[in-house]
Design a protein around this ligand. Structure first.
Ligand code: ATR
Length: 268
């Protein structure tokens, strides 16, 4: 049977196996999907071992997305422009790298009826997660982009590498609104931190957290609600959509992401 994995550290609580098994059932594709833990310094040997043993494809999660970019034999345009790989497909003798995070976010925003074209958008964070989605957001027509980061120099470097639109970098304390959309791309929520910027900035904005919780209550989402955001969304929809895009690359069939998302939320 064709074998797939998600490789990461930590990886045991990943929802990817549940999502891909649901896709396989829905599309009647015959495959196995498991988690693979890699020690910090052993990504290359673990992933090579998996493919040498006949593995067909892998999702890559924290902290290996940029290492995966160096490891693969070739990149599609999404991976080449972000410098990060979240999906690897074995194509003949080659390992091909893709990045479906950006398309996943855009697909989720579309499904939610959130149109970023012409918008003024604030990105919080300048790490790998933010970097992976900024290109696709600009391509989707964001008119005015501010990247705010705790370490300003990192935001400046990121902004310098972006093409198109009016793009600016600043520190978190220097952010002033208003914004149509605010996206949290920091990992601060993983340690429970959420108050990254002045609450007034979130008032009247749509707030989207790239982190997720099954009940939608991430620290940033809770903060945004209390700050007066008009709409608050966590990243579970993006997770399912990026998985659907990976599944389509591997199997040539696009699953229905929204049914699986509803099931994960406990709405079915
Ligand atoms: P990822 O791949 O998840 O983006 P990363 O590359 O380590 O991980 O980036 C983490 C991001 O979250 C960075 O923008 C980081 O800010 P710094 O560049 O200043 O380190 C941000 N971040 C993490 N913890 C934070 C906190 N407590 N407050 C504000 N920003 C935080």
């Amino acid at each position: 049977m064709d074998r797939y994995i998600v490789i990461g550290n930590p990886v045991e609580h990943s929802l990817s196996p549940d999502i891909h098994r649901a896709f396989a059932e829905q599309t009647r594709e015959d495959l196995e999907y498991a988690t693979l833990f890699a020690p910090q310094d052993a990504f290359a040997s673990k992933i090579a071992g998996f493919f040498d043993a006949g593995g067909r494809g892998a999702n890559v999660t924290v902290p290996f997305k940029s290492e995966a970019h160096s490891w693969v034999d070739a990149h599609d345009v999404s991976a080449a422009t972000t410098g990060a790989v979240n999906t690897i497909a074995r194509e003949g003798d080659l390992s091909m790298g893709y990045n479906t995070d950006g398309p996943g976010l855009i697909a989720d925003l579309d499904a939610l009826g959130i149109d970023v074209a012409g918008s003024r958008l604030l990105m919080l964070g300048a790490g790998g997660a933010a970097r992976g989605v900024l290109g696709p957001l600009l391509a989707a027509g964001v008119a005015d982009l501010v990247v705010a980061n705790r370490t300003v120099a990192r935001a400046e470097t990121l902004v310098a590498a972006l093409e198109g639109g009016a793009v600016k970098a600043c520190g978190l304390e220097a952010v002033t609104g208003p914004f149509d959309v605010i996206i949290n791309g920091t990992s601060a929520g993983l340690s429970g931190e959420a108050a990254l910027i002045a609450p007034a900035v979130a008032q009247g904005a749509i707030c989207y957290d790239l982190l997720y919780a099954r009940d939608g209550a991430t620290p940033f989402c809770e903060w945004a609600r209390s700050a007066g955001a008009t709409r608050v969304v966590d990243g579970l929809g993006m997770l399912v959509e990026q998985a659907a895009a990976a599944f389509a690359i591997w199997r040539g069939v696009t699953p229905d992401a929204r049914t699986v998302l509803a099931a994960l939320r406990g709405h079915t």
